[in-house]
Design a protein around this ligand. Structure first.
Ligand SMILES: [Zn+2]
Length: 238
């Protein structure tokens, strides 16, 4: 799905507890630096991602960069395969990088979680750590789609980042926000480590001049995106 000249959203189906959910990966086009993929689905979704990329006219081998918003398995799952099939540079926030490159155990692979949710074990066993080529900080700038700013948005995980594409006012929100049928909501409380920090992060996002938000869970919010973002920030602050 095309959001604007710079951004396409790739909708990937994911099965959980017998229900189908859609993961919304962002593809950012850039004629000079090549296409950038933001987040990389679950383990084993390389082919589904390749098919979705092809629909947008992009081959995996053409990817210039892959950016990870955070360490969760539905965001980094197919990173290893995609990075190997392309020459893409892998970029992630400095706080999250150790959980992606194998220096630290990601939160979803902690033994106490696996005890509660043993069905995760098979998925996690398929995950391969992947080196991160560039660690991003709050305010880091990427030469992408006319200028892209990294916004540090801790809360869902300790080092979650969002990307703000200045030319189109597109916010790639990862899991810092969710959406349902065009309505913007806060992050999923059941999956968010620190809701107070997450609320403060949304407050920072609400200061940006946002025209469209892409939520990994919930898709695109384009109707009064800025107003909705301020509403969610207010709801989370009270
Ligand atoms: Zn997440």
């Amino acid at each position: 799905m095309r959001v604007n000249d710079d951004v396409h959203v790739l909708e990937l189906p994911m099965l959980r507890d017998g229900q189908t959910f859609i993961l919304n990966l962002s593809l950012v086009l850039d004629p000079e630096g090549g296409p950038t993929l933001v987040d990389a689905g679950l383990p084993g979704q390389e082919e589904a991602i390749a098919a979705a990329l092809a629909e947008a006219g992009v081959a995996v081998r053409d990817l210039g960069r892959i950016v990870l918003t955070h360490q969760d398995i539905d965001h980094v799952g197919s990173l290893h395969g995609l990075a190997r099939q392309s020459c893409a540079r892998v970029l992630a926030g400095a706080v999250e990088a150790p959980f992606i490159d194998g220096r630290a155990r990601p939160r979803f692979a902690r033994p106490e979680l696996l005890e509660q949710r043993p069905e995760f074990r098979a998925v996690i066993e398929r995950l391969q750590p992947t080196p991160v080529d560039e660690e991003l900080q709050d305010g880091s700038r990427l030469d992408l789609a006319g200028g892209t700013r990294v916004v540090f948005t801790p809360g869902h995980t300790p080092g979650h980042i969002c990307l703000f594409l200045e030319r189109t006012g597109t916010l790639v929100a990862g899991d810092a926000l969710t959406a349902s049928e065009g309505r913007l909501n806060g992050p999923n409380p059941g999956a968010t480590m620190d809701m107070d920090a997450a609320g403060r992060s949304v407050g920072r996002l609400a200061e940006l001049d946002v025209r469209a938000v892409v939520c990994y869970h919930g898709g695109v919010v384009a109707d009064d995106a800025s107003g909705q973002l301020r509403r969610v920030a207010q709801e989370l602050a009270t």
